[in-house]
Design a protein around this ligand. Structure first.
Ligand code: GDP
Ligand code: MG
Length: 736
């Protein structure tokens, strides 16, 4: 057995009390740089049998961490990984828990068999600090035994427990270090696992973290072991360090330390530690948290902050969004007047400008949303949101670690389910993980936000922020209910305890916010310019071809001829002039001609490949209030949700005639007989909850390790969404 802990935690005192050897007990740091061994006989009381055992105990030098910053740390760590003691007794000073548990987090990451001796409970008591050992043990996943080393109290039970833990397989535990670092760590772990880099000595994740902490010893060991891999890892560290310096103005070491303390704080605040000392000694972060994560006040403030975020996003982005909308309108008009008629013109106007314009037009909205979320994230508030949501999540059979995947997927708005699905890796229980994996696509990802914003802006323009807020709440409620449903049916199983990291509050830097906002916005723009453009053109083609047969076209031309025959030459000439005050006769002719043109293009759209698909689905989709044009957009949305807007734009622009003024998709929808507020809500609900986009489905299959779950996700979500949409449409109509 090895004794490890902070200096002055009481290792030597315990060592002496157990072994009876004369050791020097002192306060000078560095006094036990060489480890000392001693032996004693222990009579264990397990299983009602008295068993005698010979135990060899090693007193390790006191350290504050397992990163090789000092000789003591190198000695202690080398002993652990090279000698591999059968069990480690981590002595923790109960009167100084927060600082002492910092080392404990690294034993957890190393994964050695561990028992915690909670020492100096007499001192803690004197200072008015109470510690709930069972709760602490549950949250750390390690046995915790209270002792008073100086009086030899509790040491028998401690050794009994240590014997039980001895020789357990090493089991490294993951602690999350925030989005940026977790991603790099995952990449580094993959490299390490591939090349078996230092794997005989350290767990892969441990090595990755020590690389990020710039641990001299491991860096040089790495160079000796395998130069290529070492260089690859160092490069990863360099990249992420630069990124963190730019965005958070901090080195990885600092972020890692912050998260470890956050991890500890969240354990302590879950009823582990109770104080009776006065408030003056609380840190600023803790003071802020007293209000912001208060049981009653916290959630209210959280809802207000989120509502404020939507208000900010919608009001500040309204002007630039309108500006871009009219710009694309103008661009369409220019293309209309300057390009020769034909399929190329149709593709550029309907496929490219309307399609891309619909997606790009929302760039300001997305950027403002990302800015707000970056501010919440960089300040540390987002972690508090997760902390508060955890209480709710348990009720629905999800784990506290599910909250982050939900937020990453767009829980507040504007995320993406792909990283969300990958973020579920932090969940240990396979059932909780599956339930999370299957419900994160319900969140309002960055691709759904513009669609939601468009429909809300069109049909509920008076209360945009309120409706956005409502839809966000709805998506959470539905996701949680669906999770509960899964957890009481196909994914039945017990809940596991949860520890959540709470980093201290920081003032976000403007530079960091700008970089975070730009990175995500640029990704959105890039996607619009590549994938979405491609799908948009493909869908345009599906909506244009095969088009009308020669006879059909001739028949429409015939109708126009017959109509014109009834008017004089002057009236016909006058009717072709746009935007001029014309006689009533010319206006009538123009309207009648327009109506024929409309019938022709509608006929063409119906006859197109996409049109036929939409029409085939209409007998079913009618129950939820979707017309065949909307169906085309919804089917297209399975490729990528952004496409819904661009396809609606194209579907409703192909059926429209250019003699009318160039107008926006909103105006077209408002005028369409197929759309009203009830349909808008029904479509919104369907879009929120139906099949995840293609990339997410692939990701789910990969993460779940089975295509069955991906298919389940597609069919379950679509049926579920359709059921909800139908209910809303039917009830809405019934209520009038
Ligand atoms: P080490 O640095 O971890 O080896 O710590 P030591 O064993 O040298 O202990 C540091 C000081 O704490 C000594 O003065 C011990 O007498 C004292 N000490 C150790 N255990 C206890 C305890 O349970 N209660 C109290 N009150 N003092 C203790
Ligand atoms: Mg000592």
């Amino acid at each position: 057995m090895a004794l490890a802990g902070n200096p002055n935690a009481g290792k030597t005192t315990l060592f002496n009390s157990l072994t009876g050897a004369r050791q020097h007990v002192g306060n000078y740091p560095g006094i036990t740089v060489d480890y000392k061994e001693g032996a004693f006989t222990h009579i264990s009381h397990g299983n009602n049998k008295r068993e005698k055992q010979e135990i060899i105990l090693t007193d390790l030098p006191g350290t504050y961490s397992l990163t090789a910053y000092s000789v003591e740390e190198v000695v202690a760590r080398d002993y652990l990984v090279n000698e591999k003691p059968q069990v480690v007794i981590n002595i923790v000073d109960a009167s100084n828990l927060e600082r002492n548990l910092y080392l404990t987090t690294q034993f957890l990451e190393l994964g050695c068999p561990l028992v915690i001796a909670l020492n100096m409970i007499d001192v803690a008591k004197d200072r008015g600090i109470g510690v709930k050992t069972e709760k602490l043990a549950e949250l750390l996943g390690v046995p915790v035994l209270p002792i008073i080393a100086r009086m030899g109290q509790g040491t028998e039970d401690l050794i009994d427990q240590a014997i039980l833990q001895a020789d357990q397989p090493w089991q490294p535990r993951d602690i999350s270090y925030g989005e940026d670092l977790d991603e790099v760590i995952m990449e580094m772990v993959a490299i390490i696992a591939d090349t078996h880099f230092l794997i005989h000595t350290y767990p892969a994740r441990f090595t990755a973290i020590k690389y990020l902490e710039q641990d001299e010893q491991i860096l040089s060991k790495g160079q000796e072991e395998d130069r290529d891999t070492a260089v690859r890892l160092e490069q990863k560290v360099l990249q992420v360090s630069e990124h963190l310096l730019k965005t958070l103005d901090a080195y990885p070491e600092a972020i890692i330390a912050d998260h470890r303390y956050g991890f500890i704080k969240s354990i302590l605040r879950q009823g582990v530690q109770s104080h009776s000392y006065d408030d003056d000694r609380l840190y600023t972060s803790d003071k802020i948290d007293k209000v912001l994560t208060n049981r009653l006040l916290g959630p209210v403030i959280m809802l207000l902050i989120l509502f404020g975020l939507y208000q900010f996003t919608f009001s500040w982005s309204a002007l630039p969004v309108a500006g871009l909308e009219s710009f694309f309108g103008w661009l369409g008009g220019q293309a209309d007047t300057h390009l020769p008629d034909g399929p190329l013109k149709s593709m550029i106007i309907s496929g490219v400008i309307d399609g891309m314009g619909g997606v790009l037009g929302f760039v300001p909205l997305i950027a403002f949303m990302f800015f707000g979320i970056a501010a919440l994230e960089d300040s540390g508030y987002l972690a508090r949101v997760a902390f508060m949501m955890d209480r709710i999540f348990r009720i629905f059979g999800l784990h506290g670690s599910s909250v982050m995947p939900f937020i990453v997927s767009g829980g507040i708005a504007g995320g993406c389910a792909v990283p969300g699905v990958m973020a579920t890796r932090t969940l240990r229980s396979p059932k909780e993980r599956m339930a999370t994996l299957l419900t994160v696509p319900f969140m309002n990802c960055g691709a759904k936000v513009p669609v939601i914003a468009l429909l809300i802006g069109t049909f509920f323009s008076e209360h945009k922020a309120l409706y956005m807020f409502g839809f966000t709440l709805l998506s959470w409620i539905v996701a949680l209910l669906a999770a509960k449903l899964l957890r009481i049916t196909v994914l039945k199983g017990a809940a596991t305890p949860f520890v959540m990291e709470l980093p201290p509050y920081r003032f976000p830097t403007l530079r960091g916010l700008a970089i975070h906002t730009w990175e995500r916005t640029w990704q959105y723009i890039k996607k619009a310019g590549t994938v979405i453009l491609g799908i948009s053109i493909l869908l345009w083609a599906m909506m244009t071809y095969p088009g009308l047969s020669l006879e059909q076209r001739a028949s429409f031309e015939q109708q126009r001829q017959t109509l014109r025959a009834g008017f004089s030459q002057e009236v016909i000439a006058e009717s072709t002039m746009k935007n001029e005050a014309s006689s009533s006769e010319a206006t009538t002719l123009r309207h009648k001609l327009t109506s024929i043109d409309q019938q022709e293009s509608e006929q063409a759209l119906r006859n197109s490949l996409a049109g036929r698909i939409g029409i085939t689905l209409e007998p079913i989709s009618r129950f939820a209030g979707f017309d065949w044009r909307t169906n085309i957009a919804l089917v297209g949305g399975v490729a990528a949700k952004e496409v819904i807007i661009s396809t609606l734009g194209t579907a409703y622009s192909i059926g429209k005639i250019e003699t009318e003024s160039v107008d926006s998709l909103s105006e077209r929808l408002i005028r369409s007989p197929h759309w009203n507020k009830v349909v808008a809500v029904s479509v919104l609900v369907f879009i929120s909850f139906y099949a995840p986009c293609f990339v997410t489905v692939v990701c789910i299959a990969k993460e779940a390790g089975h295509w069955g779950w991906a298919l389940f996700s597609v069919s379950f979500n679509t049926l579920f969404a359709f059921f909800l949409a139908t209910a809303i449409y039917q009830i809405g109509n019934w209520l009038g």
